[in-house]
Write a protein that binds this ligand. Structure first.
Ligand SMILES: Nc1ncnc2c1ncn2[C@@H]1O[C@H](COP(=O)(O)OP(=O)(O)OP(=O)(O)O)[C@@H](O)[C@H]1O
Length: 592
């Protein structure tokens, strides 16, 4: 009993989830009127298709009666009528298909854009990756790329396809149950001396046939839901690992890591195949059943109605009409059996998008971490900032630190003490931060962080240099001057060359390209995290001289993280990360 209740609850929860995911498009999106129009047209075409089936069913009776009576005139007239009925049916079928596909496409477009916006907003794409490897309770769903690329497609096509299929089945059922009921006659038998008459006998037989079928299909096909869910995950993990091997191809080749990677890939692919085998075994059982069930359905109505035909109670036309109406009723009632696979996949995809959705909501709930005020003064005031590790352990505390125009600060401390995390906290991307900051009014627009590993999009060098702004914002001369100043004179002539710059350029060249980006954009508040570590000391000194000159010209400040003693000379102040008290964060910042 409790199992039954929990099943109903699971079904209700699934319906609620599918509803929650679907409604925004039809109720609130900017595309809602077109969507509703398409939906209405598809519903009408579905109803039209059922109406055509009713007409064809009636046609069956007249046509077969004409055959039995050897009435050639009626035979030819009915063939003519068939042509017209069949043509209308074909037109409806074509437009039903076309408009359904159009609706699915528009809906997918809207959902994909909507989820891409949410994923990229407020650094959520970054925070999701951070949280994934933390040991906190509920990790975000795996492979967001797959959610966005594949699940949106699956969800929209299953939702439209299956709900229209269900509508079709219900309307067909209602239309043909009446026909079948009228044609059925009643079935009489004597039980304990009393005569019992069952009206609509064929309808009851159809219902019995399909209830038994649906229940059996459910029990046979049930494991598919979980297996489908897992299959998607295993496939995505396998693909993800392949992409990583491609991305880190050089490091792996230098480490001679091919063997390990091959084994890792083999393990992931074995998961894919193992689960797939289980899935197809379950599917095989279901195919056994649905085929047997479908074949039996062809002869079943003849067997049940034959006695009335042989007794002369009905003609051949009526027998054929009964068979065709039974076929329709049975087809409608078997909707569940026939679509078991798809329903299972629909549930899996709905669950995946819902968990993706929930992780957005959870991240959103944590947003106050990024709160900061605008400073009345033109300076960065870190009144208090506590940074923790993903597991919750307190890592670093800063109190009463200040960066004013003209400042140059070197941040020093042991490796792993939280220097980069301090920058992440200042940039407002670290989710485990409690911040009481006052920032200058132009901080958002004019602060720039140079990370240890800069990112360059594949494409023309000018796009990589100007990223994330459009390259068109800068003239050739500006771009070339920035490259020259950042000690990359050889690249000056290659502004329009398309390439994978993060693979083609050496580590030091990539760092100089990131510095060229800073020189191009002229930030006021510049944060440099080991961004010159791959340069030789002479080049590092030249670069620092230029960065210093840059921020001085902007009346800004330079804050650097660097281990090399040579860099210290370019900074007037030090912030040192020192071990904290035993009961507090691991490190505290001593400002100087
Ligand atoms: N995504 C993460 N998940 C878990 N721990 C992290 C994550 N990012 C950083 N940490 C941990 O936070 C601590 C501080 O890291 P951070 O990169 O800020 O150190 P750092 O002082 O800049 O080190 P280095 O000088 O080696 O670059 C380290 O112990 C690191 O392992």
């Amino acid at each position: 009993m409790t199992e039954k209740i929990s099943k109903w609850r699971a079904l209700r929860e699934f319906a609620a989830k599918a509803w929650r995911l679907s409604m925004p498009y039809y109720l609130h999106s900017e595309d809602k009127w077109k969507a509703r129009g398409l939906l209405l047209a598809i519903v009408l075409l579905n109803l039209g298709a059922v109406y055509m089936l009713v007409l064809l069913n009636e046609w069956n009776r007249v046509f077969y009666d004409a055959l039995q009576n050897k009435d050639a005139a009626v035979f030819w007239r009915e063939l003519g009528r068939f042509t017209y009925l069949a043509f209308s049916f074909i037109v409806i079928a074509v437009y039903r298909f076309y408009l359904t596909q159009l609706l699915q496409m528009r809906w997918r477009e809207w959902m994909t854009k909507h989820y891409m916006d949410r994923w990229l907003a407020n650094h959520r794409f970054y925070q999701m990756e951070l949280a994934r490897y933390s040991r906190e309770g509920n990790a975000p769903p795996d492979n967001p790329d797959q959610r966005i690329a594949e699940d949106m497609n699956l969800f929209t096509s299953y939702t439209v396809g299956l709900s229209m299929g269900l509508l079709n089945a219900v309307v067909t059922l209602l239309s043909f149950i009446g026909i079948l009921w009228t044609l059925s006659g009643s079935f009489g038998f004597t039980f304990q001396g009393r005569h019992v008459d069952i009206p609509g006998f064929m309808v009851w037989m159809a219902v019995l046939y399909c209830v038994v079928g649906s229940v059996l299909a459910h029990y046979i096909g049930r494991p598919q839901i979980a297996l489908n869910f897992k299959q998607q995950r295993f496939e995505a993990d396998f693909r993800h690992h392949l992409v990583r091997v491609r991305e880190y191809s050089e490091s792996i080749a230098l480490d001679k890591g091919e063997g390990v990677e091959r084994r890792q890939l083999g393990l992931r692919f074995a998961d894919v195949l193992g689960n797939y085998l289980r899935l197809i075994r379950t599917q095989k059982r279901l195919v056994w059943f649905t085929n047997g069930f479908g074949q039996a359905a062809t002869v079943f109505p003849f067997i049940v109605a034959a006695p009335r035909f042989f007794s002369g109670a009905i003609q051949l036309g009526e027998l054929m009409q009964i068979a065709s109406a039974f076929d329709r009723v049975q087809g409608a009632l078997s909707w569940f059996v026939d679509n078991y696979d798809q329903i299972a996949a629909w549930r899996a995809t709905t669950d995946r998008i819902t968990s993706f959705d929930e992780s957005f909501a959870a991240l959103q709930a944590g947003d106050p971490a990024t709160a900061s005020e605008t400073n009345a003064e033109d300076a960065i005031a870190l009144d208090a900032m506590d940074l923790a590790l993903p597991g919750g352990a307190a890592l670093l505390a800063v109190q009463g630190a200040r960066i004013a125009p003209g400042d140059s600060v070197l941040v020093q401390g042991p490796s792993g003490s939280g220097k980069s995390t301090l920058f992440r906290g200042l940039a407002g991307i670290w989710p485990w931060a409690k911040r009481r900051l006052r920032l200058p009014a132009d901080f958002d627009a004019r602060a720039m962080f140079l990370p240890q590993r800069p990112y360059f999009p594949n494409g023309r060098l000018r796009d990589a240099l100007a990223y994330p702004e459009p390259a068109a914002r800068y003239g050739d001369e500006e771009l070339q001057a920035a490259l020259r100043e950042a000690l990359l004179p050889d690249l000056v002539a290659r502004l329009d060359d398309p390439d994978a710059w993060d693979q083609k350029l050496s580590g030091g060249e990539q760092q100089r390209l990131a510095i060229a980006r800073a020189l191009l954009k002229k930030p006021r508040w510049l944060f440099v995290d080991e961004a010159t570590s791959a340069l030789d000391e002479a080049a590092e000194a030249t670069v620092y001289e230029r960065l210093q000159a840059l921020v001085r010209a902007q009346n800004g400040a330079l804050v650097s993280i660097a281990h090399r003693p040579g860099v210290a000379g370019w900074h007037a102040r030090r912030w040192v990360l020192e071990p904290g008290a035993a009961d507090g964060p691991r490190y505290r910042v001593a400002t100087g």
